[in-house]
Ligand binder design. Structure first.
Ligand SMILES: Cc1ncc(COP(=O)(O)O)c(C=O)c1O
Length: 398
């Protein structure tokens, strides 16, 4: 098939990432998408606006002027359209952060009278905490992917899974999970893989969720969250967003839309670096264990994710927190998905909000270090990791 002349659905991800959400720009005589900072949208026809407002409050978005910025924003819509296209979803709904996105999904299910969640551990620490705390009226059974189907009850409204998971990079077979849990919808947190490497909806997931703060933005300078799903569920999420007000700022929408254009090329380059570092770490005397999808030929879900992604986790044979203080090039900070490499100690930071028993249940050891591999030269990253590991092991730095 000639992917250069086909419809947008036939074009490659790299091409769609550059053009999605921009189809009308040439007709508008624009190259960069306009940044819409309006909080309100004038109209002389109050009756017509009343009818449109009714539609908005039912979560329907006709693509016209948004009336008020808590209902919609034209710049954010472009990002939503582009992300939905990349995920192969009918729609996507953007929020102020990944946690705001997860909260909206939970509120939607709780308000539908289905407050029970089956959650596959491990999950990002604050996601685990939100589910565990029941703050939004939900109850949660934490389990493994294998045991998830047997944890489903009459009132189960959602199955939540991260694959690859934060922080251990464990993978779950999405199709198998979705088939076994049907008709309960499966939410896949796709933050680590991104649609450049994995499209969960093609494997039976009902929705994907992103901390857009990470790879979608890609430069560590924008916060956001997004859920890609059916238009029907998107309407419920828009209703929740309209009343709770957790909207994505238009500047953030602009940056995230721009971030998508380089997502495939960043993921490819950063994943190559991560695979090489994982291989080298596995042979380092100061490293007890490396977690990286498929490392050393370990089995993986078939045909699900391209490559292993740009995250690596490893267990230090020694003082893991001390390693964070010993790096000199890699940024010692929480978060991930930026062009610079970031390193952190999950038990102290990203998963600290969980109690020690929950961390143990989730399989997160105290010795674990999580590394988000950026775009630096792999030799420079390796030199930094090697000197830091030697320093922690009490050997002289080279
Ligand atoms: C996998 C995953 N999901 C969700 C979140 C929450 O996203 P945010 O920090 O944008 O609220 C994070 C944050 O680190 C994450 O790593």
């Amino acid at each position: 098939m000639d992917t250069h002349t086909g419809s947008s659905a036939e074009r490659s991800v790299a091409t769609r990432a550059v053009h999605a959400g921009r189809d009308d720009l040439t007709d508008l005589g624009l190259h960069a998408p306009p940044l819409d900072l309006s909080t309100t949208y004038p109209s002389r026809d109050a009756k017509a606006e009343a009818a449109r407002l009714d539609a908005f409050t039912e979560g329907k978005d006709d693509g016209g002027p948004p009336i008020y910025a808590r209902a919609a924003n034209t710049t954010v819509r472009r990002f939503e359209q582009a992300l939905a296209e990349l995920e192969g979803a009918e729609a996507s709904v953007a929020f102020a952060s990944g946690m705001a996105a997860l909260s909206a999904v939970l509120l939607a299910r709780v308000s539908a009278g289905l407050p029970h969640v089956v959650a596959v551990r491990p999950l990002y620490g604050t996601s685990d905490h939100l589910l565990d705390s029941g703050l939004l009226g939900n109850t949660t059974t934490f389990t493994s992917a294998k045991e998830a189907p047997s944890a489903i009850r009459e009132d189960t409204g959602l199955v939540v899974v991260e694959t690859p998971a934060n922080p251990t990079l464990g993978e779950a077979g999405i199709q198998e999970l979705a088939d076994a849990c049907a008709p309960v919808p499966v939410l896949v947190d796709n933050t680590f893989a991104t649609p450049a490497l994995q499209r969960p909806l093609a494997h039976g997931a009902a929705m994907t969720l992103h901390s857009a703060t990470k790879y979608l933005g890609g430069h560590g300078d924008v916060m956001g969250g997004v859920v890609a799903c059916s238009e029907e569920f998107a309407r419920t999420l828009r209703q929740v967003r309209f009343v709770t007000g957790g909207v994505l700022d238009p500047h953030a929408g602009y940056q995230l839309h721009r971030g998508l254009t380089t997502l495939p090329v960043r993921m490819r380059a950063q994943s190559a670096g991560a695979a090489e570092l994982a291989r080298r770490l596995a042979g380092h005397p100061a490293v007890a264990r490396v977690h990286y999808p498929g490392l050393g030929g370990a089995p993986r879900p078939a045909d699900q994710m391209t490559g292993g992604g740009a995250m690596v986790a490893f267990e230090v044979a020694g003082d893991a927190p001390a390693l964070i203080g010993a790096v000199r090039l890699i940024t010692p900070a929480v978060s991930l998905g930026s062009v610079d490499s970031l390193i952190q100690h999950p038990a102290s930071i990203s998963h600290h909000i969980m109690d020690a028993d929950s961390r143990a249940d989730a399989g997160i050891p105290e010795e674990l270090i999580r590394l988000s591999v950026g775009l630096e030269d792999v030799e420079d990253l390796w030199a930094d990791l090697d000197q830091a590991l030697r320093a922690v092991a009490g050997e002289p730095r080279r």
